[in-house]
Design a protein around this ligand. Structure first.
Ligand SMILES: [Cu+2]
Length: 350
């Protein structure tokens, strides 16, 4: 077995292991899995057929200067991914992508997953932490709760996702999101930034179809915006979400995007039309500072902080410059006006 195959085998078997502390009960996992694979395909997975759980707010409570409690749910929620196309998404908190999480570099995270999916186990894999995957990213069974602790010592824009086997099905069905670990000393350009948004790219395939997830091409490739604070724009990854409801900026603003490509399978070539990136921090680490870029490459699970200036009024499309994905939905718009308010003008589409 090659190194990569071995690593994959370790991941696959590790998610099957019972947490050493008995935090998660996996006793009926095999039966649940057999049922799940029997039901995979384009018809709704039997046990989820009548399940549509309304979105649940994420709970983030700082309990110390360097310690934060985060509680999320895994749940089944209908999302209209394109006009008239409902998807019974597997989600964190009823959103796909899930809500953005923000912590500080050096925080200890105490993470609780409440799995309210009545049928199958889920788990949480934070790319932002040092952890023992087999213990700390262990499955939480239906109607159970698991709590796990780990440090977030590295700053950046990281992916999180469900790590339950088959991982591809859990990510492609909607279980992905972004966690930002704010650098202790900030970014060198913090004081220049006028406004900021979190943008996530993801793909959709045929409903819960592992064969299509594996060998097919995406049906939709989409962008969403996730709220950093109450009142910010917050959307699911649906076709046209950020064209119908463009992001806003004011002439002269320096705009920061925290961008994340959750895949599961495709690369993103992230580009904003009409400007270039003055400053880029690859994966969101201040050490990876680059300047004057036109397009940034985000691998599946890659993130970045990009900052750019908008000098004139108008509608600035943002895309993945892999234009076959733009025809599948991967476009959004930043509307730049004199005062930063929406003037009702038409948004340029690609
Ligand atoms: Cu899952």
């Amino acid at each position: 077995m090659g190194k990569i195959a071995k690593f994959a085998a370790v991941i696959v078997s590790s998610v099957m292991l019972l947490s050493a502390c008995g935090k998660a009960d996996l006793s009926n996992e095999k039966a649940v899995k057999a049922e799940a694979s029997k039901n995979a395909g384009s018809t709704v997975f039997g046990p989820h057929e009548h399940v549509n759980q309304k979105p649940t707010p994420v709970k983030i409570n700082r309990i110390g200067e360097h310690e934060v409690n985060i509680e999320m749910t895994s749940q089944i929620t209908d999302i209209e991914i394109s006009k008239g196309d409902m998807y019974k998404a597997w989600t964190f908190n009823g959103e796909a992508p899930g809500p953005v999480i923000v912590v500080n570099q050096g925080d200890k995270i105490n993470f609780t997953l409440k799995n309210i999916d009545p049928a199958i186990p889920h788990s949480m894999d934070f790319h932002a932490v040092h952890a023992s995957p087999s213990e700390d990213f262990a499955n939480v069974m239906p109607d159970h709760t698991g709590t796990f602790s780990y440090p977030a010592d590295n700053p950046g824009v990281f992916m999180y996702h469900c790590g339950t086997k088959p991982v591809l099905s859990h990510i492609a069905n909607g279980m992905h999101g972004t966690i930002i670990v704010k650098p202790t000393s900030g970014y060198p350009t913090d004081s220049e930034v006028d406004r900021e948004y979190v943008i996530v790219q993801n793909e959709w395939y045929k409903y819960n179809d592992l064969e299509d997830f594996t060998n097919g091409t995406p049906k939709y490739v989409v962008f969403s915006a996730k709220a950093l604070k109450d009142g910010d724009i917050n959307t699911n990854g649906t076709v046209g979400a950020l064209v119908d409801k463009p992001l806003l900026a004011k002439v002269g603003d320096k705009v920061r995007f925290y961008v994340m490509n959750v895949g599961p399978n495709e690369v993103s070539s992230f580009h904003v039309v009409g400007t270039m990136f003055d400053d880029v921090y690859l994966d969101g680490n201040p050490f990876n500072h680059m300047k004057g870029m036109q397009t940034i490459m985000l691998p599946a699970s890659g993130g970045a902080v990009v900052e750019f200036t908008v000098t004139k009024e108008g509608s600035y499309p943002f895309v993945t410059h892999q234009f076959n994905h733009v025809t599948k939905g991967a476009a959004g718009a930043l509307k730049v006006t004199k005062d930063g308010h929406d003037d009702g003008s038409e948004v340029m589409s690609h």
